[in-house]
Write a protein that binds this ligand. Structure first.
Ligand SMILES: C[S@@+](CC[C@H](N)C(=O)[O-])C[C@H]1O[C@@H](n2cnc3c(N)ncnc32)[C@H](O)[C@@H]1O
Length: 200
């Protein structure tokens, strides 16, 4: 999917990525990892509505700090052509990150997964970050069907076995962020090592 700066996604990135980075980190110190998706337009050209352009324009990172993973080879090749100084990987996000990450500051687990799966993966990813922010996007409503009432997210997290043993510096923000994308309701859950959050 190709995003424009009029999409709810653009505002969501501002509110869930750029604002927390500026508030808690100032700027990204180490690596920024994301589920890439298409970062260029249909002609392979740079697109101001893309995640990488939005982050570069906000001045929170440089191109070489951007690490994008997608299991779609065509997406990765198109992104690499436009942004050769960023880091692009084809494969499963969790496997690629755990094999290649070195100094992670931010993970955008920008999934369309159902909540339990997205949260399970995000919590497992916390072990890969010493200090920083991890956000998980998940599908909470599709058309008229509610997959999970967002007020229940805290209890889903508490049922995930690895949550019990995550390093103590991690907190989950009690407020979640909800936005609409086409026919879906998406929800973002934020984990941070910064003290600004309240412990779940
Ligand atoms: C929601 S899009 C990413 C959007 C992008 N972060 C942005 O802000 O524009 C999700 C992308 O992740 C890919 N994807 C989903 N699950 C994945 C996984 N486990 N490993 C690798 N790629 C995955 C899909 O192919 C899709 O292109």
């Amino acid at each position: 999917m190709i995003w424009t700066n009029n999409d709810g996604k653009y505002q969501a990135r501002h509110d869930t990525i750029i604002t927390p980075i500026k508030q808690w980190l100032g700027h990204v110190e180490g690596e920024y990892w994301t589920l890439a998706g298409m970062q260029v337009d249909e002609n392979g050209q740079k697109n101001s509505g893309s995640e990488i352009e939005q982050l570069l324009a906000a001045g929170v990172l440089t191109e070489d700090q951007f690490f994008g993973v997608d299991y779609d080879k065509d997406i990765i090749e198109a992104n690499r052509k436009a942004y050769p100084n960023a880091n692009w990987f084809c494969g499963d996000f969790f496997n690629v990150l755990t094999a290649n990450a070195d100094d992670v500051s931010f993970i955008n687990f920008d999934s369309m997964n159902q909540p339990r799966i997205a949260l399970q993966t995000a919590i497992d990813l916390l072990f890969c970050v010493e200090e920083g922010i991890v956000i998980a996007n998940m599908l909470t409503k599709y058309r008229n069907q509610t997959l999970l009432d967002v007020s229940q997210i805290g209890s889903v997290i508490e049922q995930i076995p690895s949550w019990e043993v995550i390093p103590p510096q991690w907190q989950c923000l009690p407020e979640v962020y909800t936005y609409h994308s086409r026919r879906s309701e998406m929800t973002t859950v934020t984990f941070t090592t910064q003290s600004a959050g309240t412990v779940l």
